[in-house]
Design a protein around this ligand. Structure first.
Ligand SMILES: Cc1cc2nc3c(=O)[nH]c(=O)nc-3n(C[C@H](O)[C@H](O)[C@H](O)COP(=O)(O)OP(=O)(O)OC[C@H]3O[C@@H](n4cnc5c(N)ncnc54)[C@H](O)[C@@H]3O)c2cc1C
Length: 404
């Protein structure tokens, strides 16, 4: 079949790979001039197989008044800027029960564990250069309640083949001495030995080069997808601002921008764009080698080949990027305060970046066929698109291959 992949972020590029592996000819249509220029460009770099915990959980509810009053520097809620937030927010709050949180966490964990296997297989075959390493991950925990919750989830995770360890603060500091120089507000940590890091942008660039050299994959850059031509209930072509491209099937991989195209075809993927930020700084003498996630400050520190990536924050304000300068300055200021020797903060070049996480209320991505024959989606990966990319791409490629 001739399959169009709409969008060339990490999800689109991996989807193209697994479609090509199944023998389809693929055209990737992307409005930018290159791959992975948007949400997949400079994310936290964590292949976070072990930490798929749903953002919607009972513990979120008591935090809500504080968030709405703007008292958490890491989260900005500007509901009035984008009224679509209300409908999405109600659905999100409905997921904040213990049962739903467990169900959503387990569903995403299953996808993550499959991805962990697939990325290794892919890397064995293609040997791409993307700062890939099994460095492990430490999530520092600020209270005894967080430790208890981590112990409970540890059992469920283990049932899915994901082994984690709950450590005391001392054990964590022995494992990663860089923690000694960080804010000492943590009382323990979760350690996931097999979690990995990698640069999603570098990976996407390497994979697309390999695909162009080895598989029937065509790139149509600088073309904005405007709609689909459908006849007799089946996708016939993709309409772009320049022309129409005839196809047998199309997979929507437009991340935070997937909503309008899908809605005009009777599917609402319930995606809200949640802005986050990163900086990439040169390493310092005391940089961590293990990835660190600080839940209290909603920030991660990952070691990549080109330096330390510090990423985080979550702004619910629609597609607003007007406050990037202030938000990135705040991220940097907090990072330097809580981890003063983790990176070289004096560097001139800090590579500031912002991206919109395509978040669904459940935290689960939307993957598979739609009501329209030949129209598929692989979108809504929220905070974990890099981690989940290979598994959801494999899955949607399998669904496409079932089309008669
Ligand atoms: C601060 C931050 C840190 C993160 N850290 C991590 C992490 O450590 N680990 C992890 O697993 N995930 C992380 N994520 C999440 C991850 O980056 C995303 O889930 C992932 O990048 C989403 O990929 P995507 O391909 O769906 O979207 P995108 O990368 O945004 O790709 C969508 C593409 O569609 C194109 N497009 C849109 N509309 C059109 C159109 N009309 N026509 C043609 N093309 C179109 C866009 O130009 C874009 O290239 C983080 C995100 C943020 C913001």
């Amino acid at each position: 079949m001739h399959v169009a992949v709409l969008g060339a972020g990490i999800i689109g590029v991996t989807t193209a790979y697994y479609l090509a592996e199944r023998g389809h000819s693929v055209t990737i249509i992307e409005r930018a001039d290159a791959v992975a220029t948007q949400t997949s460009y400079a994310n936290g770099g964590q292949l976070s197989y072990s930490y798929t915990d749903s953002l919607a959980r009972p513990e979120f509810l008591p935090q809500l008044p504080r968030l709405l009053l703007g008292l958490d520097p890491a989260i900005r809620v500007d509901a009035f800027r984008n009224l679509s937030m209300f409908g999405w927010g109600v659905r999100f709050l409905a997921q904040c029960t213990a049962a739903k949180a467990k169900e959503n966490t387990a569903a995403v964990l299953k996808i993550a564990m499959r991805s962990a296997t697939l990325i290794k297989e892919l890397q064995q075959e293609l040997n791409l250069d993307f700062s890939y390493g099994t460095v492990g991950k430490l999530i520092v925990l600020a209270s005894e309640e967080e430790i208890d919750a981590a112990r409970q989830k540890q059992v469920m995770k283990s049932e899915h083949g994901c082994e984690t360890h709950v450590l005391s603060a001392m054990e964590a500091m022995v494992l990663e001495p860089a923690l000694l120089a960080m804010e000492q507000s943590f009382v323990g940590a979760i350690y996931a030995e097999f979690d990995e890091v990698g640069d999603a942008h570098q990976f996407a660039v390497g994979l697309i080069e390999w695909l162009q050299a080895n598989r029937p994959v065509k790139l149509e850059f600088g073309r904005s997808v405007e709609g689909l031509e459908i006849s007799n209930g089946r996708v016939r072509s993709v309409r772009t601002d320049l022309d129409s491209i005839g196809v047998d099937a199309a997979v929507v991989c437009m991340g935070p921008w997937s909503g309008s195209l899908l809605k005009s075809n009777d599917v609402d993927p319930l995606i809200y764009p949640v802005r986050g930020y990163s900086v990439t700084l040169p390493r310092a003498e005391n940089s961590p080698t293990i990835s660190i996630t600080n839940l209290k400050h909603r920030m991660v520190f990952s070691q990549l080949d080109n330096g330390i990536r510090i990423a985080g924050y979550a702004d619910f304000a629609g597609f607003d990027s007007s406050r990037d300068k202030y938000r990135i300055a705040s991220l940097l200021e907090t990072a330097e305060r809580i981890a003063p020797t983790a990176a070289d903060y004096t560097a001139d070049q800090k590579s500031p970046w912002g991206g919109f996480r395509p978040l669904t209320p459940t935290g689960q991505p939307q993957v598979g066929p739609t009501k329209t024959k030949g129209l598929f989606m692989n979108t809504g990966h929220g905070s974990l698109g890099w981690t989940l990319a290979c598994a959801t791409a494999e899955s949607v490629a399998a669904s496409v291959s079932e089309v008669p």
